[in-house]
Design a protein around this ligand. Structure first.
Ligand code: THU
Length: 142
């Protein structure tokens, strides 16, 4: 029993570490010449496939797309449905949570998943989406 629990925790930890590593690598592709704030995201589908994204800025500023939405739209456009977790990595002491627009999109496609925040120094923390995005508007209101 104890052994089984230990195994499960070990597995979950290494899955999260893998997701953080994927987000960290994706961050290197960020197109962020205006803010210089580079973000990487990685999304784990229930299929086990990992989809990554980075922020893609634009000279108009307003057309910028965050790393989280790039990762989610890549996955959705590839036909993937159902997700287990998302990781977000930045080079900041204070870990970076998803912006409001991204929270709405994460809720739409991922629901109450763990959101793993990490930085380049190896710090990380996990928050559930229900905590980050209380009282969401979603299809249940339509
Ligand atoms: N950004 C993300 O990609 N994800 C977040 O969670 C926060 C903000 C991007 C948008 C913009 O390119 C830069 O970070 C500064 O806001």
């Amino acid at each position: 029993m104890f052994f089984a629990l230990f195994q499960t925790n070990e597995t979950r930890m290494s899955d999260n570490d893998k997701l953080i590593a994927a987000a960290r690598t994706a961050r290197e592709n960020a197109h962020a010449p205006y803010s210089n704030f580079r973000v990487g995201a990685a999304l784990r589908a229930k299929s086990g496939q990992i989809y990554t994204g980075c922020n893609v800025e634009n000279s108009t500023y307003g057309l910028t797309v965050c790393a989280e939405r790039v990762a989610i739209f890549k996955a959705i456009s590839e036909g993937e449905r159902g997700f287990d977790a998302i990781a977000v990595v930045t080079d900041t002491e204070q870990l970076t949570p998803p912006c409001g627009a991204c929270r709405q999109i994460i809720w739409e496609f991922c629901g109450n998943v763990p959101v793993i925040l990490g930085n380049l120094k190896g710090a990380s923390e996990t928050h559930q989406m229900a905590e980050l995005f209380p009282q969401p508007f979603d299809s249940s209101f339509l």
